[in-house]
Structure formats: structure tokens, C-alpha cells
Design a protein around this ligand. Structure first.
Ligand SMILES: *[C@@H]1O[C@H](CO)[C@@H](O)[C@H](O)[C@H]1NC(C)=O
Ligand SMILES: *[C@@H]1O[C@H](CO)[C@@H](O)[C@H](O)[C@H]1NC(C)=O
Ligand SMILES: *[C@@H]1O[C@H](CO)[C@@H](O)[C@H](O)[C@H]1NC(C)=O
Ligand SMILES: *[C@@H]1O[C@H](CO)[C@@H](O)[C@H](O)[C@H]1NC(C)=O
Ligand SMILES: *[C@@H]1O[C@H](CO)[C@@H](O)[C@H](O)[C@H]1NC(C)=O
Ligand SMILES: *[C@@H]1O[C@H](CO)[C@@H](O)[C@H](O)[C@H]1NC(C)=O
Ligand SMILES: *[C@@H]1O[C@H](CO)[C@@H](O)[C@H](O)[C@H]1NC(C)=O
Ligand SMILES: [Cu+2]
Length: 514
């Protein structure tokens, strides 16, 4: 990749000004080692799906020696997002922040902070991650967990890595800072805490929220959170901690990444005030954060949740086991939506759609589980899945509700599900099986939070709605990379509308070929 897109780089994108309504961004990616694609996570890519990024969904990978210009317009969005590689596990290190500043003259809906700081949370393996996932795919079993989490690239002091300095955030007493926190980890949701300080959360996934105060932030891979932090303690050093949230029995991982918040003028001999991260299974802490999220829903930033729906879908989110003669135990761990494990095609879905190439995908993705059962109770004995490259087709502008339902196949587990091409509204969530009659009565249709990645609670469900006003092919997948690798993904195909600005644009000339 050329120097304009190196890992950890920060894009500052002008969200337009009074003279210029839209702003266009060109990201030149040339490639001199592995096959790569770059995904602008959360950018809506209106009619420009070609610049979205997921490999074999909207493009073929950029081959070594080739280059591709991602050409798209940021329109109507501002806030913190991220970009990352969207092929194999390369996003472990190929990622960074996207900061879209508001239109010139348009203030934040909260007091302007003294300074803004990007806080990028990551995950680190000592081994080459490609070797880790390749070994797992060969054995059919789960990959090794990471060796560390990182805060702006540093794990901080960890027991077997003494002498490692951590990230140091220097602050001035009395000032307010805005942290733009991004979870770029591969496989873990994280708690984020700073000793002695409380956050005021003002934005998630580049959408303003009703401000609320919390001492712990919960952030899943692919999510972003902007939080104000007032330096009201005057002096001292305070521990910053990022630790996993995992309320599933599947893995035990309690590593913590640490950094320091340092007030300028603090004596060098001053110790650090510590904080204890929540235990990794602290579901009540996670729920308290999630339940506090509400759209701002002000006159300037209204909440446009669809009040009626054209498609009401129920998607089960599961793991599974498929027979595999060459695997260590005779089976392979897989994952699926509605019992379909996604098979990656040889050419991109978007290419196949635009050029009418048949035989690449079918548009018969099930809108409901093929065999309904008690998803959070006793599981069927046969844990195998269907393999398919299937999409769900939507008419332009149709209003879609998807209830994402966790199941106990292998184990109940929390999954952060990310939708490309759209933001969605989160109408409600609960434990057990979704009950259409009872649960939909309790939906929040007034100020539900709007985002692009949402957690399906372990042993529960979450209901989302969006308007399919963006023609193209849009990926929906778990943002735990291990589950994506196992097939926890599908795509929506949104047809063109009738109007002049309602169809997918033709692909750029330099679109990589397969
Ligand atoms: C980028 O897209 C814009 C608008 O679609 C177009 O005018 C421009 O020529 C494109 N630039 C490149 C380098 O392809
Ligand atoms: C992490 O978990 C391991 C295994 O359960 C345990 O031995 C260790 O004490 C835990 N460490 C912390 C910091 O909680
Ligand atoms: C694909 O088929 C549609 C519908 O038949 C047609 O309108 C369109 O022009 C075709 N596209 C290409 C690139 O051939
Ligand atoms: C599903 O299973 C759970 C756990 O065994 C049980 O509590 C619940 O009543 C069951 N639901 C239905 C609809 O049978
Ligand atoms: C589950 O069903 C699949 C086909 O539907 C079959 O191939 C497999 O052997 C079955 N597994 C078990 C354990 O019965
Ligand atoms: C999933 O599909 C497989 C293969 O057809 C089948 O054996 C299994 O019973 C299905 N499971 C569910 C829950 O639908
Ligand atoms: C598309 O065009 C219609 C009709 O001209 C207009 O109302 C709408 O705002 C346009 N949409 C976008 C996203 O530009
Ligand atoms: Cu998952």
C-alpha cells in the first residue's frame, strides 16, 4: 500500500463546507505484498458500492503490483469511523481512524472540546495471524486467542513483557477532551475505563446520541464511541484500561491493555491511580451501557426510524459443525445465518449483479429460519449447516426489519453484527426467543440509537430497521473475525430505483479483476 494508507494513519475528511456540499475522497491503494482490499467501515457509499471494500462482495482483491483508487463521496455523515483491510485476517494491523469533521460553521451539539484524541483499541498475536487462522481452518477447530490487546498500538505493562511503556495521554487540568474511541480488535468486545474519571458519551458509529454519563464504555469490534472527558482532578496519573467482555462459556481471556492519563505538571515521582476493569462476564455493566444509548432526536438531528416495514425478517445467528474428513476431529466448526454458511464466490457479488453474470449467487436467502425451534433452549441434535452463496433481494427504498436471534448451537454467544451501506435503528433487545406479538409492542420508535454495528445479546435477540435506499450489494456479517471466517455472513441485494439518482453507478476502470 502506498504511504497515503499505512496502518494507523488517520484520515481527516472534510464533511463539506458552505460552498461545497459534498466532499470527495480518493484513497489510492497500491499493493506490493499480499492481496488486499480496504473497507471504509460505516461510510454509506451511496451508489458507489465499488468503493466499499469487502473482498469478493464488492470487488476482487488488489493483486500484488496493482493499484485501485477508492473514489467516493462523504455525504450527510460526520463523526468517527474506521477503515480496515477486508480480506482474511489482515485487518489485525491494516486499520486506522476516519474522522469526518462537520460542515464548516456547523457546531457540535455539545460544547466544543479543548482537544480531540483518537484512541484506537487493537489486538495482537505474536505469531503471524495468517498462520494462526490457516492452522485453525486446516484443523477445523478454533484459532488461538491473541497475546495482547493494545491502546494506540501499545499493550502497556504486561506480565511477560516488562519495560514496555504504554500509550500516554497528556492532558491539561480543567480542560475537556473528546476521545474518539475505536475498537479495531479482531475477536473481542472491550470495556474501556479510566481511573477516577467519568465519560459523557456523545456519539456512536458517527451518529450523535443523547449525552449520558458512564464510568465504563462497552465497544464491540467495528464500533466507535465519542466521549467527553473533563480533567477535573487537577493533577496525577490515572490508569486507562481496555479489557474483554465475554459472557459466553466459549473462551477464557482476561488480558487487559493499559495506558496512562497524565495531567501536565504532575510530579515525576507520583504513582498511578489504579482502576479495576469489570470482570469479563460483567453482563450487567455491558447492559447498562447499551441501554443508555438513544438517538439525539433533536430538530437539527431528527431520528428517521421507519414506522412501517415491507420486509420483516428473522435471522438466527449460530455456530455449527460440518463433516470434514481431513479435519482433526472429523468435523469443522462453522457459523451461519438462518442455517446458511456463506461460501465466498470467485468473482465479486457486485460484479456478478451489475454485469448479469449468472451462476455466482442465488437470491433465495431465507428470510426466516428454515426449521423454527426453541433457539435459546434445547438445540437440535444435527449441528450441520447448508453451504451457499445466497443473497436476500430488496426493492429500492423498501423498509426492512431484521430480528437477529442468537442460538445455543454449540454455545450461546454475543455477536456484534455489522451492516454495510446503511445505518440502522436499534428498536429493542431482550433475552430468550423473540416474541413478535409481545416484544414488538415494546419497540422504541421515538429515539432508538442509530448505528452500523450492533451486539446480539448472548441468548437473546436484537431488532433493527433500515430503509434500503442505497442500490448495490451490501454485506452483513459478524465483526468477530473468527465468526466471519467460519461463514457468519450474507448480503442484501438492493435493486435500482426508477429515478435518475437511484441506480448503482458503473464500476471504475481500475476496478481489480479476479
Ligand atoms: C471520482 O468520481 C467522481 C464522481 O463520480 C468523478 O467525477 C471523478 O472523475 C472520479 N475520479 C476518478 C479518479 O475516478
Ligand atoms: C485470568 O484467568 C486465569 C485463568 O482463569 C487466572 O488464573 C488469572 O488469575 C486471571 N487473571 C486476572 C488478572 O484476572
Ligand atoms: C443486466 O440486465 C438488466 C435487466 O435485464 C439490464 O437492464 C442491464 O442493462 C444489464 N446489464 C448489463 C451490464 O448488461
Ligand atoms: C425454550 O427453552 C428455555 C430453556 O430451556 C425455556 O425456559 C423456554 O420456556 C423455552 N421456550 C419455549 C417457547 O418453549
Ligand atoms: C446431519 O445432517 C447432514 C445432512 O443434512 C448429514 O450429512 C450429517 O451426517 C448429519 N449429522 C449427524 C450427526 O447426524
Ligand atoms: C441445517 O441444514 C442442515 C443441512 O441441510 C440440516 O441437516 C440441519 O437439520 C439444518 N438445521 C436447522 C436448524 O435448520
Ligand atoms: C434523488 O433524487 C430525488 C428526486 O430528484 C431527490 O428527492 C432525492 O433527494 C435525491 N436523493 C439523493 C440521495 O440525492
Ligand atoms: Cu459472531
Amino acid at each position: 500500500m502506498d504511504s497515503s494508507v499505512a496502518a494507523g494513519d488517520l484520515f481527516i475528511v472534510a464533511g463539506g463546507n458552505c460552498r461545497m456540499q459534498n466532499s470527495s475522497l480518493q484513497v489510492q491503494c497500491s499493493n506490493d505484498d499480499d492481496d488486499k482490499t480496504v473497507f471504509k467501515h460505516g461510510i454509506k457509499q451511496f451508489r458507489t458500492g465499488w468503493a466499499d471494500g469487502p473482498a469478493y462482495v464488492t470487488q476482487c482483491p488488489i493483486q500484488p503490483g496493482q493499484s485501485y483508487v477508492y473514489n467516493f463521496t462523504v455525504n450527510g455523515q460526520r463523526g468517527t469511523l474506521l477503515w480496515h483491510a477486508h480480506i482474511l485476517w489482515l485487518r489485525v494491523t491494516v486499520h486506522g481512524a476516519i474522522v469526518i469533521i462537520p460542515k464548516l460553521g456547523l457546531p457540535y451539539p455539545f460544547p466544543k472540546p479543548h482537544k480531540e484524541v483518537v484512541v484506537l483499541l487493537g489486538e495482537w498475536w505474536k505469531l503471524d495471524v495468517e498462520a494462526v487462522i490457516d492452522a485453525a481452518m486446516e484443523s477445523g477447530l478454533a484459532p488461538d486467542v491473541s497475546d495482547a490487546y493494545t491502546i494506540n498500538g501499545h499493550p502497556g505493562l504486561i506480565s511477560n513483557c516488562l519495560g514496555q511503556g504504554g500509550f500516554n495521554l497528556d492532558v491539561e487540568p480543567g480542560k475537556t477532551y473528546m476521545l474518539r474511541i475505536i475498537n479495531a480488535a479482531l475477536n473481542e468486545e472491550l470495556f474501556f475505563k479510566i481511573a477516577g474519571h467519568k465519560f459523557t458519551v456523545v456519539e456512536v458509529d458517527a451518529v450523535y446520541v443523547k449525552p449520558f454519563i458512564t464510568d465504563t464504555i462497552l465497544i464491540a469490534p467495528g464500533q466507535t464511541t465519542n466521549a467527553l472527558l473533563t480533567m477535573d482532578l487537577g493533577t496525577g496519573n490515572y490508569l486507562v484500561a481496555a479489557s474483554p467482555f465475554m459472557d459466553s462459556p466459549i473462551m477464557v481471556d482476561n488480558k487487559t491493555a493499559i495506558a496512562t492519563l497524565h495531567y501536565t505538571g504532575t510530579l515525576a515521582s507520583t504513582g498511578t491511580v489504579l482502576t479495576i476493569p469489570p470482570p469479563r462476564n460483567a453482563t450487567p455493566v455491558a447492559n447498562k451501557f447499551t441501554d443508555s444509548l438513544r438517538s439525539l432526536n433533536s430538530k437539527t438531528y431528527p431520528c428517521r426510524v421507519p414506522l412501517n416495514v415491507d420486509h420483516s425478517l428473522l435471522f438466527t445467528i449460530s455456530l455449527g459443525l460440518n463433516p470434514c474428513a481431513t479435519c482433526r476431529n472429523g468435523y469443522r466448526v462453522v457459523a451461519d445465518i438462518n442455517n446458511v454458511t456463506f461460501a465466498t464466490p470467485d468473482i465479486s457479488l457486485l460484479n456478478s449483479h451489475f454485469f448479469n453474470i449468472t451462476g455466482v449467487f442465488t437470491d433465495d436467502f431465507p428470510g426466516n429460519p428454515p426449521t423454527p425451534y426453541n433457539y435459546t433452549g434445547k438445540q437440535p441434535v444435527n449441528l450441520s449447516t447448508m453451504i451457499g452463496t445466497r443473497v436476500y433481494r430488496l426493492g429500492y427504498n423498501s423498509r426492512v426489519q431484521v430480528v437477529l436471534q442468537d442460538t445455543g448451537m454449540i454455545a450461546l454467544e454475543n455477536h456484534p453484527i455489522h451492516l454495510h451501506g446503511f445505518n440502522f435503528f436499534v428498536l429493542g433487545r431482550g433475552l430468550g426467543n423473540f416474541n413478535p406479538e409481545e416484544d414488538s409492542k415494546k419497540f422504541n420508535l421515538v429515539d432508538p440509537v442509530e448505528r452500523n454495528t450492533v451486539q446480539v445479546p448472548s441468548g437473546g435477540w436484537v431488532a433493527i430497521r433500515f430503509t434500503a435506499d442505497n442500490p448495490g450489494v451490501w454485506f452483513l456479517h459478524c465483526h468477530l473475525e473468527v465468526h466471519t471466517t467460519w461463514g457468519l455472513k450474507m448480503a442484501f441485494l438492493v435493486d435500482n430505483g426508477e429515478g435518475p439518482n437511484e441506480s448503482l453507478l458503473p464500476p471504475p476502470n481500475d476496478l481489480p479483476k479476479c
